[in-house]
Design a protein around this ligand. Structure first.
Ligand code: C5P
Length: 286
């Protein structure tokens, strides 16, 4: 049976700014995205019968059309006219769920890439990104990966020079975030702090890791509940005290990460966080 295995990488936001609300209800963003060497494994398998089926190793994730991987497959079929009697998608999750790391979007992107190959549809990058944007705002970036400036809803992408080699410690606190609510809280607020995305971009062009790290910031940090804000701040402090060059929250959170030059310092930070948190990862940019 034709079978394909794909990597679906997590993303982090080195910077995240929200500019304004659009007539379609979405917000214009300006953010630098970075993919990391932490990912889900997606397996696509065509079968003689059975329709579309999805399985994940997380009991609480839906196995039906609410799963972004299934949505991607359905949109791909609708757009290309390609049909299969049976398609099974297996999603082995390693990326924390509802974390601000685009795990679901990355799974959807992997399904689109995989189906394009399995079916021989031969869609170009732009056509795939167009289908992906219908599944979620981060899917076009997830199709591309690497270091990129994302604007508009997140679908206007400009590749940037890669983040210099470094060690990244990721920690997901346990509090839940509701993405639409966080966008709502941003509206009408005078933001005290905004990321220096242009400065971070210049630092990337100069290969200046500390220059990137010290400009990292995410405007959603400013609209968390006070207790959540304190928890994010305490993780950032721990990372910086262990030697991180900079630390910030990713996406709408709650994941926090720090960039390190020195592996031993990153290891020490990860060990210290693992005392308190289950979802702690040591990874690198890819
Ligand atoms: O596109 P996606 O499904 O990932 O977006 C989830 C929610 O986040 C949207 O329903 C919207 O409330 C908010 N959003 C937004 N502006 C963006 C991206 C997301 O308002 N650029």
């Amino acid at each position: 049976m034709p079978r394909l295995e794909l990597q679906a990488r997590a993303k982090l936001n080195l910077t995240l700014d929200v500019l304004d609300r659009r007539p379609d209800g979405y917000h214009n963003m300006r953010m630098i995205m970075q993919s990391v060497d932490l990912g889900d494994k997606i397996t696509l398998e065509t079968r003689p019968t059975g329709g579309l089926t999805v399985h994940t190793n997380m009991k609480f994730l839906p196995n039906d059309e609410r799963n972004l991987a299934a949505q991607a497959a359905l949109r791909f079929a609708a757009q290309t006219g390609k049909r299969w009697d049976g398609l099974h998608i297996n999603v082995q999750k390693n990326i924390p769920v509802c974390a601000g790391m685009a795990g679901g979007s990355s799974d959807a992107a992997a399904v689109l890439r995989g189906l394009n190959e399995l079916t021989g549809a031969g869609l170009d990058a732009e056509a795939l990104a167009g289908i992906g944007a219908g599944v979620g705002s981060d899917v076009p970036y997830c199709l591309m990966g690497g270091t990129a400036l994302a604007e508009g809803r997140g679908e206007r992408l400009t590749p940037l020079p890669p983040l210099p080699a470094c060690h990244i410690v990721i920690c997901k606190p346990r509090f839940p975030v509701a993405t639409p609510k966080l966008f709502e809280r941003l509206r009408g607020r005078k933001l005290r702090c905004r990321p220096d995305t242009d400065g971070a971009r210049r630092a990337l062009e100069e290969g200046d890791l500390p220059g990137v790290a010290r400009r990292m910031y995410n405007v959603f940090e400013g609209v968390l509940q006070p207790r959540q804000e304190r928890e994010v701040a305490s993780i950032k402090h721990l990372l910086v005290n262990c030697g991180a060059l900079g630390a910030t929250m990713s996406g709408t959170g709650p994941t926090v990460f720090g960039l390190f030059n020195v592996e031993q310092q990153a290891l020490a930070a990860a060990e210290a966080l693992a005392v308190q948190y289950r979802d702690v990862f040591l990874t690198r940019p890819v």
